[in-house]
Design a protein around this ligand. Structure first.
Ligand SMILES: Cc1cc2nc3c(=O)[nH]c(=O)nc-3n(C[C@H](O)[C@H](O)[C@H](O)COP(=O)(O)OP(=O)(O)OC[C@H]3O[C@@H](n4cnc5c(N)ncnc54)[C@H](O)[C@@H]3O)c2cc1C
Ligand SMILES: NC(=O)c1ccc[n+]([C@@H]2O[C@H](COP(=O)([O-])OP(=O)(O)OC[C@H]3O[C@@H](n4cnc5c(N)ncnc54)[C@H](O)[C@@H]3O)[C@@H](O)[C@H]2O)c1
Length: 563
């Protein structure tokens, strides 16, 4: 039986790979590296693996969505001739259900790590180089050319392989809580740090919610001004909530709280939700949430915000653009130049910053230049196409590097980097077709380029957009819901594709259950299938996924169930 423990005898202190952070990036790299025979240490502050995704992200939010969708299903049962009404919500039981989903998912990961012999350390890690790097070994920027030669860290001859360990990882144990400190008989032991060495280190340290800057400073989180972690910790649904932001987290919470009967107002800096997405998807989603009762106030920013114990939150808004009026007027007082809103809580969801502020990360000089946006205090780690930083043997993956912050992207990167370290010619994760999903009602799935984005890339010409309304789909019609699919196709200047065969470069969907067939869209876009080839797929009838088949037939000039 392999150990999933914190036992630290000398033989267990030298590793082929040490991984900092046990979220999706870190634990997937650990599982794959161990499977390939490497000796792996995985370190996280949290004794339970899973990171943001399992403890504060994907899993609890989707469990909560499962619960609120059930509320919504009951409320819409009348449509099917079923009389049902909700008599009571047991918030304690709902929270137990969510906590159980989180605990069981984390336990599942723990079991896998133990099975593969990954050694897990609980504590806060910092990394230093064992030897000063010479000018020749570290480059100012990550070297793309290094990608051709995997470092081959097989531990077959582990004593030889480990004798030239490059990195020291210091692990500080978690600080005891006040009650633990009071009851502990040997408090000094809890403060002992551990050191391990490794030939390779993977940083998978994740990200954290960006605070809102008002009047020049960041606002501190409290019981009324929440980020997504605070919102998940609420013990019952609030009466009213203001959501600042219009991205993925803002949209998912607006949708689920609205389904739970919360009075939701969204404050949007630009116009509409997911404003960098395909414009039709954004329009349909915005319209649907408004139809369901979410108030969306466009072109506004918060200029003043007050909170207090039991006072809720009160904020003053100002126009970000003078030309366009808000689509929906706020409930509270309003003047020409500013307006005031009040609610029980406010959720700030304006993006997540890489978790790179620690001084040891700064000392390694591996982060990008800070963007000119003065409200960004941490920068992503720079890596080459194999996720290696400018320091050979030091890698970074997941939310702490630039790109979409998604668990499935972190999984793919974790597998890729582990294979590269093990000496396998690995494929970096295919970034351009990674599906981005919003689990709102309706769901959104975004794959590849929008028409606007493609028009800025010179290799594409004859760019076309085909729009298929999901109301023409039988299953969507049965639900009484709506949706839309946009297929973006173009011809391309390259040696592989002929001019007569336009290829599919983007698929953008909003509608019920679209997340479930996003990977079909990813396959089509990722493999640059021609529109004609893609339209040959046979989708089962009657399914929601059939809508994608119909959209592709239409893009190929052969529409079936539409004119
Ligand atoms: C509310 C919410 C909902 C989300 N829903 C989805 C979703 O449905 N689908 C999806 O694909 N993505 C979702 N995400 C994004 C997803 O959670 C992240 O993209 C993913 O967790 C990133 O994985 P990671 O391994 O890079 O980092 P993380 O999961 O953040 O893990 C980093 C880990 O590193 C540890 N750590 C950091 N520094 C140290 C240190 N010095 N020493 C020891 N440990 C350290 C942290 O404790 C943490 O456990 C959601 C995010 C949020 C906030
Ligand atoms: N379903 C999923 O896959 C899922 C779910 C939740 C979170 N996530 C990930 O978590 C990350 C963070 O999510 P998020 O929703 O916080 O970020 P986001 O990047 O999706 O959206 C941020 C939004 O905030 C707006 N914004 C930025 N600064 C602002 C300001 N000062 N005032 C008002 N609005 C401002 C932006 O215009 C943007 O619309 C995302 O990158 C996402 O990939 C994924």
């Amino acid at each position: 039986m392999h150990a999933f423990s914190t036992a630290h005898d000398a033989s267990q202190r030298s590793f082929d790979v040490a991984i900092i952070g046990a979220g999706p990036g870190g634990y997937s790299a650990a599982l794959r590296a161990a499977e390939l025979g490497l000796r792996v240490a995985l370190i996280d502050r949290n004794p339970h693996p899973g990171g943001t995704c399992v403890h504060r992200g994907c899993i609890p939010t989707k469990a909560l969505i499962q619960a609120t969708q059930t509320l919504d299903n009951i409320q819409s049962a009348e449509r099917y001739g079923i009389s049902a009404h909700i008599t009571h919500i047991d918030y304690g039981a709902m929270h137990n259900y969510i906590r159980t989903m989180v605990r069981e998912t984390s336990q599942g990961v723990s079991g896998l790590l133990a099975f593969r012999g990954v050694q897990y350390f609980t504590g806060t890690a910092s990394v230093s180089l064992q030897h000063e790097l010479s000018e020749n070994t570290a480059s100012a920027t990550p070297a793309e050319s290094s990608s051709a030669v995997p470092p081959n860290a097989s531990s077959d001859n582990s004593s030889d392989a480990l004798s030239d360990a490059c990195f020291t990882v210091t692990i500080e144990p978690p600080q005891p809580t006040q009650s633990q400190a009071a009851t502990s008989s040997s408090p000094s032991q809890q403060h002992e740090s551990t050191q391990i060495t490794a030939r390779h280190v993977i940083l998978a340290v994740g990200s954290q919610a960006k605070p809102l800057y008002v009047q020049g400073g960041p606002l501190a989180w409290n019981q009324s001004l929440l980020n997504s972690t605070g919102a998940l910790a609420l013990t019952e649904f609030p009466q009213s909530a203001i959501i600042i932001g219009s991205g993925v987290i803002a949209t998912e919470f607006a949708s689920l709280w609205n389904q739970a009967g919360v009075d939701v107002t969204m404050i949007v800096r630009g116009k509409g939700l997911l404003n960098s997405a395909d414009r039709r998807v954004s329009t349909v989603l915005t319209r649907e949430l408004q139809r369901q009762g979410v108030r969306i106030i466009n072109h506004r920013q918060v200029v003043k915000l007050e909170t207090g114990v039991n006072l809720g939150v009160r904020m003053e808004l100002a126009d970000t653009a003078t030309s366009t009026a808000p689509e929906t007027a706020p409930q509270a007082t309003s003047s020409q130049s500013s307006e005031t809103l009040e609610a029980e809580i406010a959720l700030v969801a304006i993006g997540r910053a890489p978790h790179t502020h620690a001084s040891w990360i700064q000392d390694l000089h591996i982060t990008q230049e800070l963007p000119s946006d003065t409200h960004t205090t941490t920068a992503p780690i720079s890596v080459d196409s194999h996720y290696q930083t400018r320091i050979p043997g030091l890698f970074a993956i997941g939310d702490c590097i630039a790109g979409p912050q998604l668990a499935h992207r972190a999984f793919a990167q974790g597998i890729s980097v582990a294979e590269y370290i093990a000496g396998i010619a690995s494929q970096p994760a295919q970034e351009h077709s990674i599906p981005r999903i919003v689990y709102a009602s309706p769901e959104v799935a975004l794959i590849g380029l929008t028409k606007e984005q493609a028009s800025k890339q010179p290799q594409y010409y004859d760019i076309h957009e085909t729009i298929y309304p999901m109301t023409a789909n039988a299953r969507t019609h049965m639900l009484g819901q709506t949706g839309s699919i946009t297929v973006v196709s173009a011809s391309i200047h390259d040696d592989i594709h002929s001019e007569e065969q336009p290829i599919v470069i983007g698929i953008h969907m909003v509608g019920p259950h679209v997340s479930e067939f996003a990977s079909t869209a990813q396959y089509i876009v990722g493999h640059a299938l021609s529109v004609h080839e893609a339209s040959q797929y046979i989708f089962p009838h009657p399914t929601f996924s059939e809508a994608l088949g119909e959209a592709l037939l239409k893009a190929d000039g052969r529409p079936l169930h539409m004119r």
